[in-house]
Design a protein around this ligand. Sequence first.
Ligand code: ADP
Ligand code: ASP
Ligand code: MG
Length: 416
Amino acid sequence: MPRIVMKFGGTSVADLNKIKAVAKRVAREHHAGYEVAVVVSAMSGVTNQLVGYVDGVTQGGNANLADQREYDSVVASGEQVTSGLTALALQEIGLKSRSWQGWQIPIITDNAHGRARILDIDGARLIAALEQGEIPVIAGFQGVAEARRQSTLGRGGSDTSAVAIAHAIKADRCDIFTDVDGVYTTDPRIEPKARKLDRITYEEMLEMASLGAKVLQTRSVELAMKHKVRVQVLSSFEDKPGTLIVNDEEIMEQALVSGIAYSRNEAKITLFAVPDRPGVAAGIFGPLAEAAINVDMIVQNSSVDGKTTDMTFTIDRKDLPKSLDILEKSRAALGVKQIFHAANVSKISVVGVGMRSHAGVAQKMFQTLADKGINIQVITTSEIKVSVLIAEEFTELAVRILHDAYELDKVTSQLE
Ligand code: ADP
Ligand code: ASP
Ligand code: MG
């Protein structure tokens, strides 16, 4: 029997009627002859509310500074509720169904609480359930770490649960049901002219996700790419095909630019007048790495006399207080004169595999932004993307003018 994973995001299970609709959709696939494993998120808004509770009891009002084991124990609860309700809704329409929490499967993760990575999933119990005609409903976003502690996979982590489950139970496909009918050239909430893509490559999707397109969690795309899980993103409200994530060879004509991503979750730190000697970068970034803080864009500039250097880099905005704390501690030892930070920045990126073989993509981006007087603070590039850091207030404008500049609303291939 063909086997699929159906994952429903927060808006798809936002209330009881939607959960009943999910059950009907699942029943349809079940009756069509599929073995179905379901993965659910928390009701939309619930995880934010739970994080808010943790903020409320934490000094500084910031859940990121809380004990992350307890943070996980609180925020994982949203998915427990929806998994049970969905199993009940399935039973109500005559199907055999059981909910599964991360620890019951188990989904083993590392100990990086709050942003844990999946180490192993034992698919045996789920497969046994499927073979008995049961529909397992798995609580997304959560797993179990050392000492049987509850863990969570980082915001948006149910996508990763779904892909990892699909791999563990050897599913033929992983369908991600959400509130948009696929992956678009950019966030359709910002640019109404954004166009739905029938297909996108794993590589491009990986860049889009990691650069801010939250339609899929980055880690889910990494996993899908690594284990060759076939992923489709589609609407849970409309009955039509979505976007398939595919290999390079499955795309006939590659566009020069496939999409624009943006991220407001950015913060910028500048260290002024750092002594310019070997070991300085290691001295700055080592302690941040030890605290599991990801540093993204980095620029370093030597001063005229060559004795000092200014170092600017970006981090996730939620890591700003922790990072400043860490840097302040090593500041004297490093001889850093001044530390400046800004949280009102965002990152805009253009992504496309066609960039590999075509020049001029970056230039078009810079010119388009310049024409509207948008200043670029930091630039980074890779083979298939160009990212710039700009003032947050220009986020929407930048996305729209770039979408226009690369004519992403048009279907024609741009490689002629
Ligand atoms: P879910 O709760 O189903 O996981 P998310 O809110 O996490 O849904 O992700 C879906 C949202 O991602 C969409 O509503 C859309 O606003 C946003 N999004 C951002 N970039 C894109 C894009 N390129 N294509 C489609 N959706 C995008
Ligand atoms: N409920 C979790 C969150 O809001 C996980 C998810 O939705 O994927 O981040
Ligand atoms: Mg999501």
